[in-house]
Design a protein around this ligand. Structure first.
Ligand SMILES: [Fe+2]
Ligand SMILES: [Fe+2]
Length: 176
């Protein structure tokens, strides 16, 4: 006689996120994890690793801005009447995993370029997440201040992507 033990009955819960406001809260939570991970782990580590002085400078200056991005998100939560809380950011984890898989195969001469385009990938990811959040805030009543805060950060992300793009052009011009 066969029996299935330890298997939870599959209960289908109805969808829990049903409004622009609720989805905005989820998006802010994901962004909070992204910004805190970037400010506390990813970018400081990258600054330490980089040997190309000009690229190191560009990443350091965006690290300083990134420290303010988490603060703006916390203000956005409070402006919505919510307590700031993070949630997993699987896209950021994926970008990190991709870089870790690729880097060991590269000769040292190619690593600054790889680090630069990986950093650009993170900026694209952030820009997409902020653009989604700004649209959701536009559909949420009483979220004008949230929109203002998100737009201020989006401007810095776009400028960082532009700067990193210039660095990628410079570095790729030096490759064999
Ligand atoms: Fe950011
Ligand atoms: Fe950024």
């Amino acid at each position: 006689m066969s029996s299935i033990t330890g298997k939870a009955p599959s209960v289908k819960l109805p969808p829990q996120i049903g409004t622009a406001r609720a989805l905005l809260r989820e998006q802010l939570a994901r962004l909070l994890t992204v910004e805190e991970t970037l400010a506390k782990v990813t970018l400081p580590q990258l600054v330490l690793e980089l040997e190309d002085e000009q690229l190191k400078q560009a990443v350091s200056s965006h690290l300083a801005e990134t420290r303010g991005h988490g603060g703006r998100l916390k203000e956005a939560f409070l402006a919505l009447g919510e307590l700031p809380a993070g949630r997993p950011a699987l896209g950021l984890d994926g970008l990190k995993a991709e870089r870790e898989v690729t880097s060991p195969d590269l000769t040292p001469g190619l690593r600054p370029f790889n680090a630069c385009v990986s950093a650009m990938g993170v900026e694209h990811y952030e820009i997409n997440a902020y653009e989604a959040a700004i649209r959701l805030a536009g559909s949420t009543s009483g979220a004008k201040e949230v929109t203002r805060l998100l737009r201020a950060t989006l401007e810095e992300e776009v400028a960082a992507l532009q700067k990193l793009g210039e660095e990628a052009d410079r570095i790729s011009g030096q490759l064999d």
